[in-house]
Each structure stands twice: as C-alpha cells, then as structure tokens.
Design a protein around this ligand. Structure first.
Ligand code: XBP
Ligand code: MG
Length: 273
C-alpha cells in the first residue's frame, strides 16, 4: 500500500491560497509612505538626516526598517547623537518606533490606496473559495492600519494568516516569513501563488517553493525577476488593462483574474513536475 505522502506527491497540487506581500504589492507605500515617515521620525528625534527618493531607492536593497537604519548608519556614517545605555540597538529601536507612529498616522488618513486590481482580485478569490494570506517584512502595526483603512473594519477576516515583520528571525530575501505563513496555513508552496514587487521578495517566495507573480513599481521595475511566473505592471482593472512585462510569451490577457491564475498555476505544475 503506497504511503499517503507518495500518493499526495503523485497527485498534481491544486491552487488553494494566494499569498500577498504588502509594501509595493498591495499598495505603493515606499516612496511616499515609509520614506516620508522615516524623514519625519528623524526630524522628531532632532536628527538632520534626510532620505531623498534616490537614496531611499538604494537603501531599499535592505529589507526591514530597523535593518535599513543600521545599514545606513554603518554605510554612510551620519552624525549620531550621544547613545544612551541601550547603545545603538536602543537608538535604532527608538527611531523605528517613532517612524512607525508617523507611518500609521499617514496611512490611517487613506493617503495611500491599494494598487490597481488588488481589491478586485481578492474579492474574486474569496468568492471562488480561494484563501488569502499575507507575508510581509513590514511591522504588524503598519499592516493592520493599511488593511483596516483599505478593506474596512472586517479586514482581518479576509486573511487566514498574516505574517509580518519580526515574527521571524530573518527577513526577505530569506524565506522565513513564507515558511511561517505556509506552516500556519497547513499548506505546501505548490498549493499557493505568491504576489511580490521586488527581487528580495521574489527570492524569498521562490526559496519557499511558491510560484510567484511580480507587479513592479517605480523602485523595482529594473530588477531581475528571473524565476517569476509572470511579471506585470499591475493586476489590471476592466477599464485599465495590465501590461505583461515577462520575457516569456504568455496568453494574451488584459487583467489578472482567478481563471488566469488557475491556468498559470496548472501550467507551472505541468512544467515543474
Ligand atoms: C518592505 C520592507 C519594509 C518597509 C518598511 O516590506 O522592506 O521594511 O520598507 O517597513 P514588504 P518597516 O515588501 O515585505 O511588505 O519599517 O516596518 O520595516
Ligand atoms: Mg514588497
């Protein structure tokens, strides 16, 4: 009698869950959100640091706000105030806490909307019985606020699992946050599709064995998305078609909907089994 696992591995996986990154994927939050929040936090802390759009684009190579701050300090040697007993770690935690306060304040006004097609696809996915989850590097408070503002008071009921920030030891491009979400979902990567916006994010989801679509933004459009199932400018809306940016020709389509995702997933299973 063959073992259940061998039976399971011989059965083609079915798409069950869509896992979304947040920053740059759900909403274009980096240039006009996180970056501005960092600068407001620096000013509130009496620091003369200013991250302009170009510098922030370079610093985005490092995921995680605290990790980005530490990298900036180590790489650019800005003037530091006298560090208290808690030293540099305490200073970074303190600045990052102020930045999160600033960011939550900005996002709670609805200043940054969801990207095209995100709400449409999520509604379709829920209606078709697919589950939704989130796997993000950003702090949980930032996700909670964005979801509440964009999805309404029942926002959290849309998502079976929300994996955010420091809940895992290593941030993207490490796969930790995706491993956490898969474990909480009780699924394997080949039963899911991930949505990312950056090379760091794509490397994380692919390392977790999850086929991944990429929706680029201004900061990530020129990055290397080798291994992505599909690269588009956005998920598309009936009144505004998406543009396919993948080298690989794929069927002519104007927007990413559940049927297209199921065909993509089936095609991925055929070519990887
Ligand atoms: C993007 C990130 C985050 C944000 C800043 O996360 O790398 O660190 O830039 O948020 P993702 P925090 O694309 O995985 O959603 O300051 O809270 O880290
Ligand atoms: Mg992202």
């Amino acid at each position: 009698m063959p073992r259940a696992s061998s039976i399971r591995s011989s059965i083609n996986p079915v798409l069950k869950t869509l896992i979304f990154d947040v920053d740059g994927t759900l909403a274009d939050t980096e240039r006009d959100g996180h970056r501005v929040a960092f600068n407001r936090a620096f000013a509130a802390k009496g620091l003369d640091w200013v991250w302009d759009e170009a510098l922030y684009g370079e610093l985005l190579e490092v995921t995680g706000g605290k990790e980005r701050l530490r990298h900036f300090i180590a790489d650019r040697h800005p003037t530091l105030p006298p560090l208290g007993e808690a030293g540099l770690d305490g200073f970074v935690e303190d600045v990052q806490a102020e930045k999160t306060r600033q960011y939550v304040g900005m996002i709670s006004t609805g200043a940054i909307p969801l990207r095209p097609g995100v709400l449409r696809l999520m509604r379709e996915a829920k209606a078709s019985g697919l589950r939704l989850a989130i796997a993000t590097t950003t702090a949980a408070a930032n996700v909670d606020t964005l979801l509440s503002v964009c999805f309404g008071p029942d926002a959290h009921s849309w998502f079976d699992v929300i994996g955010a920030g420091d809940i895992v030891p290593k941030k993207k491009p490490a796969p930790d946050i995706y491993h956490y979400v898969l474990k909480e979902l009780g699924l394997t990567g080949d039963e899911c599709l991930a949505f990312e916006d950056s090379q760091n994010g794509l490397q994380a989801s692919l390392a977790a064995g999850i086929p991944t679509l990429v929706t680029v933004n201004d900061y990530t459009a020129d990055q290397d998305f080798t291994g992505a199932l599909l690269v588009v400018d956005n998920l598309g809306e009936p009144e505004k078609a998406a543009t396919c940016l993948s080298e690989l020709p794929w069927e002519a389509f104007s927007l990413v909907d559940v049927d297209a995702l199921k065909r993509l997933h089936e095609r991925w299973v055929r070519t990887t089994r």
